[in-house]
Write a protein that binds this ligand. Structure first.
Ligand code: CP
Length: 385
């Protein structure tokens, strides 16, 4: 039940009695009833009218979906951490995507806040740079009512030599509920999860995984196509160094997509053939009839050897431009997890074309998807206490 229905039915006894008690047209009340929301300018009047009916309301009662429980998504989600896509089964993933969808709708409303995480604390612990992931977790947590702290690594005791585990133990002693960790070492968040008593979210670990990126990518695709199963999806570029590719392959395979990997031999790990994907070294062949093209950043910072002849040559063979996009289906969408190297893996002409680029949509969806993930882990945490 939405909060507006709850107030109208359970406090005032229905639309007509609410119309009389609030001195508003019945059509206005009906509008609140149907939309599930009540504009903020009416809250004070409703709070004082409710007192006459012996009900004590506060502004907290006007946050959409405050009454939403994860159980209402139909599946008893019981995971405490989000470390790898492989830790989730299909119903877990469906639940997380449903929650993400729910927050996507809520986020476009004027007041998206609700209080699912009220009284909880989230700490962002990013040992590698981030714009999208760190900021979207901070925003998502705040929109759900949590207190958030982002550790400034450069000014922390890590710079005095404190180890990751000692830092984790120190933060754990402050009783956070959720730790969001990005680290250059594969497996660092999983190791940390064994040492702390709160939920740990992997925000990207080395070349291993970036599960929340895969979830937001899947939700972006689902929003665009209303399905994922049966779509042909190409992931192109620097697969070797990409945690995004590894998480996406696992998730998109689980959801029934046909996944293709495209890149030069030097940027494709030999074991990719065992991932349940088709592997291509040629963009024309790999992009044929694709519904979605996910371009990846060339991660020069992780390359110790020269794996490409030059950026210019790389763009010539593997950069997505108008000519190469013509190899795909007529109706194709392009994605990129960001940050982009324009003119290296993607042309500005493609990246900025709102008819085909979902790149901005991915960022918007990222906040909603992370709200869904935080909601699920938090409720699971409460249920396990
Ligand atoms: N996609 C992604 O992880 O971006 P950031 O590095 O900006 O967080």
């Amino acid at each position: 039940m939405t909060y507006s229905k709850n107030i109208i039915d359970n406090i005032f006894g229905g639309i007509r009695p609410a119309s009389r008690a609030l001195d508003k047209a019945a059509t206005t009340i009906q509008g609140w009833y149907d939309s599930g929301t009540i504009p903020q300018k009416h809250w004070a009047g409703i709070i004082s009218a409710a007192k006459v009916f012996n009900h004590s309301l506060s502004s907290e009662d006007f946050f959409p979906q405050q009454t939403t429980k994860l159980g209402s998504f139909g599946y008893p989600f019981n995971k405490i951490h989000c470390l790898s896509i492989g830790d989730f089964n299909r119903p877990d993933i469906e639940t997380l995507l449903s929650l993400g969808e729910h927050y996507l709708d809520l986020n476009i409303q004027k007041n998206p806040n609700n209080r699912v995480l009220k009284g909880k604390t989230l700490i962002n612990l990013f040992f590698e740079n981030s714009t999208r992931t760190e900021k979207s977790f901070e925003l998502a947590a705040k929109r759900l009512g949590a207190d958030t702290i982002s550790m400034q690594i450069a000014s922390s005791s890590i710079k005095k030599g404190e180890t990751l585990m000692d830092t984790a133990a120190t933060l754990n002693a402050m009783n956070p509920d959720i730790l969001v960790v990005r680290h250059s070492a594969s497996g660092a968040p999983a190791l940390l999860a064994q040492k702390v008593s709160c939920s740990v979210i992997n925000a990207g670990d080395g070349m291993h995984e970036h599960p929340t990126q895969a979830l937001l990518d899947a939700l972006t695709i689902k929003s665009a196509f209303k399905k994922i199963s049966g779509l042909r999806i190409a992931i192109c570029g620097d697969i070797l160094h990409s945690r995004v590719a590894r998480s996406n392959v696992k998730l998109l395979n689980m959801l029934g997509a046909e996944v293709r990997l495209i890149g030069p031999k030097t940027l494709l790990p030999p074991e990719a053939k065992t991932w349940g994907v088709s592997v291509f070294n040629n963009m024309k062949e790999g992009l044929e009839d694709c519904d979605i093209v996910i371009m990846l950043r060339l991660q020069l910072e992780r390359m110790s050897d020269a794996l490409i002849p030059s950026k210019r040559e790389y763009f010539h063979f593997y950069g997505l431009d108008k000519e190469k996009i013509a190899y795909t289906k007529k109706k194709t969408f392009v994605m990129h997890p960001g940050p982009m190297n324009r003119g290296v893996e993607i042309s500005s002409e493609i990246a900025d074309d709102e008819q085909i680029s979902l790149i901005k949509k991915q960022v918007e969806t990222g906040v909603a998807m992370r709200m869904g993930i935080l909601h699920a882990l938090s409720e699971s945490q409460d249920n396990n206490k």
